[in-house]
Design a protein around this ligand. Sequence first.
Ligand SMILES: C[S@@+](CC[C@H](N)C(=O)[O-])C[C@H]1O[C@@H](n2cnc3c(N)ncnc32)[C@H](O)[C@@H]1O
Length: 282
Amino acid sequence: MTAELPYLAPPRTSADGPGDRERGPDRYSEGMFSHAIDGERQRLTLLESLLDRHTRRRLTALGAGPGTEVLEVGGGGGSVARWLAGRGARVTVTDLDTRFLDGLKDLGVRVLRHDLSADDFPPESFDLVHTRYVVIHQASPDRAVARLVRWLRPGGVLVVEEPASFSVMESPHPAYRKVMRDFRAHLERSLGSDTGWARTLPEPLRRAGLAGVGLDARIQMIHGGGAEALWWRMNLERSRAGMVAHGAVCHEDFEAAYEELASPGFHDLALTVMTAWGRRPG
Ligand SMILES: C[S@@+](CC[C@H](N)C(=O)[O-])C[C@H]1O[C@@H](n2cnc3c(N)ncnc32)[C@H](O)[C@@H]1O
């Protein structure tokens, strides 16, 4: 079991100045990726199956192990928190919606409903802070990084893994390219996500005062009928009504893209996963 660590509940922070929560606290959890939507558990599990191997390798290399006090932010389906607990780390996992994480309490994991951009932890609480596919959805990704850094002990490590979309935008497959370009715009419109931010990594970590900063950029491959293609179909189908209503794409574009994504001959690049890390001096 983890030792009790004080958790600073709301009031929502003012430390970052006004405007940090311009879009309201729950735009993500009430939007197209709400955990209440049918199939969201499956979408998150699929994502974990696509990303976890790489994440585990990186966290192992950066010292996650027995006794490490770890914070997993925006834990989603919980596979990373579960794996860390299995390695003997003392794990706190947060999310706006913890319905898929609550079972981890049986493993001694501390599960908190906690908003990265609004709720706090005492400074210098953790040896390792990890987050994946969460920061770009914050109203200010740079401020979110500054908060994550504050929660690190001196000598502690921050690992941020976020998707960048540039590797998709010039696809030679016309229907895939068209709907994916508009999906990126849709994410910005509907959730306020900053799909260009990950490309700036690792500089935000350096600016936040971290040392020994490193970056690993890895492009996900997408094959017709494969797991990545299925994940994309789920994302697109969620967004279809809103995207069609906006007018840049129509239902025929979706059908054509789904046909490409299901075709055994389809091979292309998907998102680039930018993994950045750095150590708090001291
Ligand atoms: C794309 S999912 C990624 C889940 C998990 N990190 C993974 O990579 O498998 C994004 C997760 O971040 C959570 N999230 C989004 N904004 C958040 C915030 N401000 N504070 C905490 N969690 C947040 C969502 O509820 C969701 O579970």
